[in-house]
Design a protein around this ligand. Sequence first.
Ligand code: KG4
Ligand code: ZN
Length: 340
Amino acid sequence: MENKTIYILAIESSCDDTSAAVLQNKKVLSNIVASQKIHQEYGGVVPELASRAHQQNIVPVVHQALMRANIDKKLLSAIAFTRGPGLLGSLLVGTSFAKSLALGLHIPLIEVNHMQAHILAHFIEGQDYRYPSFPFLALTLSGGHTQIVMVKNYFDMEILGETLDDAVGETFDKAAKILGLPYPGGPLIDTYAQQGNPKAFPFPKPKVDGLNFSFSGLKTSILYFVQKEAKANPDFVLENRNDICASIQHTIVNILMDKIKEAVRRTGVTQIAIGGGVSANSGIRNALKAAERKYGWHTYLPKLEYCTDNAAMIGITGYFKFLENRLTDQKISAQARYKL
Ligand code: KG4
Ligand code: ZN
């Protein structure tokens, strides 16, 4: 089946981005993402508003993906969609849409695990590195997840460690909220951090055994620190914004790097791939590149458009599933909690 040209239409709607992509084998022909701005006013994703926005966006987004790819629906080999994990109301929109379209077109349906897709995004054609070879360590760093995964094959993945409380993206966003920055604050912290001193304000690192993470203590210490300083000087955050952001980012990057080093030590695997929205962070990207030079690791940093939520990663996962005939029937339903 490897020689046949396969066209996959992929749909992603797990959180607050409505996305559709068309892939020709491993090549992305289109990848349309409609990000929902409405949540900014609320300082976080409001599930009810997210599913309503998905309902409004899904038809135009899919239409645009097909137009941009310049292919007729009749050429599609299958439709892949995110089954979970994510917000149930949001997942339901993509799931129902994918099911009905597949039914209407008489083509197979393929369910995809969103976290697996963040990892398999590394196999999308046209990135500026060769694909990782198995086994490799994958770090999924997103708004909802923080995991270190041993990837033995496309569908054979083992979680070696994960967060016991907040996810790393959530930590960036909550820290940003404490600093009065709008949602999602992760990218803003990154921007300000690049102009600040990372050693200005030391924050404690959590002590968590093994390869698990914990970020809730850091969030609390940032809150107490800011409250204390603001009492003495109400303009403290404004006057020290870059240094505070640099210090927070430095601490988070150190926490992540400590665990990656530990994972390398325990497994002997020195190929490290990152995925999820936080892998766009300049601090973690620079730290990984530095470690690559220092320790001789191979690191894989995907293009930014494949780091944050997107349907292209659902499409590449769908492609590999299609090759192995891992198809889904119409009885499938969305699943908010969906293990890797
Ligand atoms: O993977 P993603 O797009 O959605 C989820 O599945 O959660 O990740 C979104 C998260 C948000 O928390 C956002 O603040 C964070 O990724 N993020 C960043 C950066 N870009 C996105 N965090 C830190 N630095 C960045 N440059
Ligand atoms: Zn994600």
